[in-house]
Design a protein around this ligand. Structure first.
Ligand SMILES: NC(=O)c1ccc[n+]([C@@H]2O[C@H](COP(=O)([O-])OP(=O)(O)OC[C@H]3O[C@@H](n4cnc5c(N)ncnc54)[C@H](OP(=O)(O)O)[C@@H]3O)[C@@H](O)[C@H]2O)c1
Length: 232
């Protein structure tokens, strides 16, 4: 049972397909007390490509109570008008750097900025949308340098954050979530007629049920939307 009772939740990236579906399904959960939203277009908002700007974010954030469930559903695959790299020859420093900011550095600094709003004891669940392609041991195809490496870096930082957090709150749980292949702005240009995908609603509904069945563990857990563990 990872989902806390009587939770106050925050969904970061609520403007996205998966973020919006998390807002909807969390609000339908009988344990839900409130769901706040934060995205590039809310006020206050934030831009992950400028992670040094988050220190003032808390001043404008209004939440009814301390958070016990946080979902960060932000992320980007295509950046600077460039899709995922197929070859070493096409690597661009700016694309690699920006992917790190948006997919790894930004979300971790955002979590750091949000810590004062999070419950200090008892069950707390932080879910960060990661991606299976961030698994080094599962990389059998290569390519996608910036997206893969930024998600792998994210995963490493999630593990460190979980271990640090659990020293002061052993009930805090950190999930690196692979949502499945989901039709969204991020993915639509890379889905082929033969690709099997799920809707954001199906992914989130399944993920919330599966996460609730997971056991509390030391460190972060890298799982898919059906609750199946993914090797780092
Ligand atoms: N869709 C899939 O098949 C799939 C598969 C594996 C993993 N994932 C992961 O799932 C997460 C959500 O993806 P999605 O499919 O729901 O994509 P999406 O619909 O494109 O949503 C992406 C979200 O990230 C936000 N975002 C992007 N760049 C940002 C920036 N610089 N600053 C602030 N916010 C930014 C977007 O905000 P705006 O609305 O302002 O652009 C939006 O809220 C991502 O982490 C992705 O890597 C998705």
């Amino acid at each position: 049972m990872l989902i806390p009772d009587d939770f106050h939740a925050l969904v970061v990236g609520s403007s996205g397909a998966l973020g919006g579906a998390f807002v909807k399904h969390l609000r339908m959960d009988r344990r839900c007390q409130s769901v706040s939203e934060l995205s590039r277009t809310t006020n206050p908002g934030f831009d992950l490509s400028r992670p040094e700007d988050f220190s003032d974010l808390l001043k404008g954030l209004e939440m009814p109570a301390a958070l016990s469930l946080i979902v960060d559903a932000t992320g980007a695959l295509s950046l600077l008008g460039l899709g995922p790299e197929k070859s070493l020859r096409t690597l661009k420093a700016a694309q690699l750097r920006l992917a790190m900011d948006v997919n790894a550095i930004g979300p971790m600094l955002l979590l750091s900025a949000l810590m004062p709003c999070i419950k200090r004891s008892g069950r707390v669940l932080y879910i960060k949308l990661s991606a299976r392609v961030g698994s080094i041991s599962d990389n059998h195809k290569g390519g996608w340098y910036s997206y893969r490496s930024s998600k792998a870096a994210l995963n490493m930082m999630l593990q460190s954050a979980a271990l640090e957090w659990q020293r002061t709150n052993p009930a805090a749980q950190v999930i690196a979530l692979q949502p499945g292949t989901v039709y969204s702005r991020l993915s639509k240009d890379f889905l082929h007629a033969s690709t099997t995908y799920v809707t954001a609603d199906e992914s989130v509904q399944s993920a919330l049920l599966a996460l609730d069945k997971l056991q509390v563990k030391t460190g972060a857990q890298f799982v898919d939307y059906r609750g199946k563990s993914i090797p780092w």
